[in-house]
Write a protein that binds this ligand. Structure first.
Ligand SMILES: [Zn+2]
Length: 234
């Protein structure tokens, strides 16, 4: 109890100090107790002394500078489950076959979508013929033709050029999120369920998701986005 270490207007620490008491004493403020003022409890991590879950979380987690691709992944209209996969992909943390092979040398590493290349983040999301076909159609819609960049360079390029909250920027960010999510899901279905669809069907699925999302969001100061998808199904 606190009163066990207070004597009048000074601290009175017991002679036998436990590890916990030594820790508490090292964190004590430099001033002495004041018997003329009523005791109050204050939560030091918050500005006003009141406890809140957000201030507790902020005091516990490590703080790092924002990464340049932050707003590419997290923006007001983002789709949580899809942005989570993009976040994992940008950080290279999805369990692609090249990563699995590092701890399981028996694991097959050939991309299941094209059956011809090592499956890595760069290959799966940008270099694979299946995903490239989807990207070509999506980027054409966005008026941003295929620029030939690799996955890592594309993320840097998009972080620089896709700024703001205009309808077309939002549409492109959603394209990124939906495309990455759908390609990852397509790859998982292929591995775990044995199903495989053509790149055009995948692209149509991606476009349909984006169409639904764009029609349901409200962009401040902009009229609803008029969609004119023109994907050749032949
Ligand atoms: Zn492939």
């Amino acid at each position: 109890m606190v009163d066990a270490i207070v004597l009048g207007d000074s601290w009175s620490w017991p002679a036998a100090m436990s590890i916990d008491l030594v820790e508490i004493r090292s964190r004590m403020p430099s001033y002495n107790p004041n018997s003329n003022i009523e005791d109050s409890i204050q939560w030091l991590p918050s500005f006003n002394g009141n406890y809140s879950a957000s201030s507790a979380l902020a005091s516990l987690r490590a703080h790092h500078p924002l990464v340049p691709w932050f707003k590419l992944v997290w923006f007001p209209q983002y789709i949580p489950r899809m942005s989570f996969i993009v976040w994992m992909a940008v950080r290279g943390r999805l369990s692609t076959l090249d990563r699995i092979h590092k701890y399981d040398p028996r694991a097959v590493t050939t991309c299941v979508l094209c059956n011809s290349h090592l499956e890595s983040h760069a290959h799966l999301f940008f270099e694979c013929l299946c995903s490239r076909a989807s990207w070509t159609q999506l980027l054409n819609y966005c008026g941003s033709p295929w620029n030939g960049l690799c996955w890592n360079d594309f993320i840097i390029w998009a972080s620089t050029h896709w700024r703001g909250n205009t309808p077309i920027i939002v549409a492109m960010k959603l394209c990124l999120g939906v495309a990455v999510y759908r390609i990852w899901k397509e790859r998982n279905c292929c591995i775990f369920e044995g199903t495989k669809r053509t790149s055009l069907v995948v692209a149509l699925s991606i476009i349909d998701t984006i169409r639904c999302r764009l029609s349901s969001i409200n962009l401040k100061g902009h009229p609803p986005i008029a969609l004119n998808w023109n994907v050749n199904a032949n």
